[in-house]
Design a protein around this ligand. Structure first.
Ligand code: ZN
Length: 214
C-alpha cells in the first residue's frame, strides 16, 4: 500500500534536522514494522494512507536531547500535538506527563510524537514554534533541575533530586556539560542492567539451560 508521512511531521523532521545537523537517526521511524501492524498505532497508515506518528532518536551528545525537544513542543502549545512519549512517560495536553507502560519499550532511545487525527491538523505544514538550544549557552538553574528530574522519573537513582551544588555547577557551565553528565548517568544505568544480565547468565550456566531461578 502506498503511504506518506503527514505534512506536519515532514516539517517537524526538517526543523529537527536543521537544528541538530549531526544527530544520529538510528532510532528514527515513521511507518510501522510488522509488530506495529499487529496493533493499533499511528505508525500504521490511516484510511487515507497517511502515517501520523514519528520517532526521533535520542542523541544528546550531538545536541538532540529529546527531553529538550519535548519541552519545546509542549511550551509551543501547538494543537497539532496529540501525544508525546519519551523516557518512560507520556504527555497529553489534558493530563500532562504520566508514567508510560503502554509497550515494553520504555522510549529511552527515541521520542514518539503522534499528531492530531484530522487532516486539517496532521497535514498542516506550518513551521513548528521550536528553537534550538545553543550548546555554548548555560542552562538556567530551573532547566538543570527539570533535566535531572526528567532523567529520573521512576526515582531509581539517589541523585534524581539535584543538590544546590549541582544546580550551581551546571548553571555555570554550557549545556554540553549537562548533556554529557546525563548521558553518563544513562550509561551507568545500562551498566547496572548488564551486570544483572551477567549474574543471571552465570546462574543459568550452573543450573543448566532453561532453568532460571528468578
Ligand atoms: Zn513511535
Amino acid at each position: 500500500m502506498d503511504w506518506r508521512l503527514a505534512n506536519s511531521l515532514i516539517t517537524l523532521r526538517t526543523q529537527v534536522n536543521a537544528m541538530w545537523p549531526n544527530r544520529s537517526k538510528a532510532s528514527d521511524g515513521t511507518i510501522g514494522d510488522a509488530a506495529h501492524q499487529a496493533q493499533h498505532s499511528e505508525h500504521n497508515p490511516n484510511a487515507a494512507g497517511v502515517v501520523t506518528a514519528m520517532d526521533i532518536t535520542q542523541d544528546p551528545a550531538n545536541g538532540a536531547d529529546m527531553q529538550v525537544l519535548a519541552d519545546m513542543l509542549i511550551a509551543s502549545k501547538d494543537s497539532r500535538t496529540w501525544y508525546i512519549i519519551f523516557n518512560r512517560r507520556i504527555w497529553q495536553a489534558d493530563t500532562g506527563w504520566q508514567p508510560y507502560s503502554g509497550t515494553a519499550d520504555p522510549h529511552t532511545n527515541h521520542l514518539h510524537i503522534s499528531v492530531a487525527q484530522d487532516a486539517a491538523h496532521y497535514d498542516n505544514a506550518a513551521k513548528w514554534s521550536i528553537k534550538g538550544v545553543a550548546m555554548e549557552d548555560n542552562p538556567t538553574q530551573k532547566q538543570v533541575y527539570d533535566h535531572f528530574k526528567a532523567y529520573d522519573v521512576k526515582g531509581e537513582h539517589p541523585s534524581g533530586e539535584p543538590t544546590q551544588q549541582q544546580l550551581d555547577y551546571y548553571a555555570a557551565h554550557p549545556w554540553s556539560v549537562l548533556y554529557l553528565a546525563l548521558l553518563d548517568y544513562n550509561h551507568d544505568r545500562r551498566r547496572e542492567a548488564e551486570k544483572q544480565v551477567a549474574v543471571l547468565s552465570a546462574k543459568e550456566t550452573k543450573l543448566g539451560p532453561g532453568k532460571y531461578i528468578v
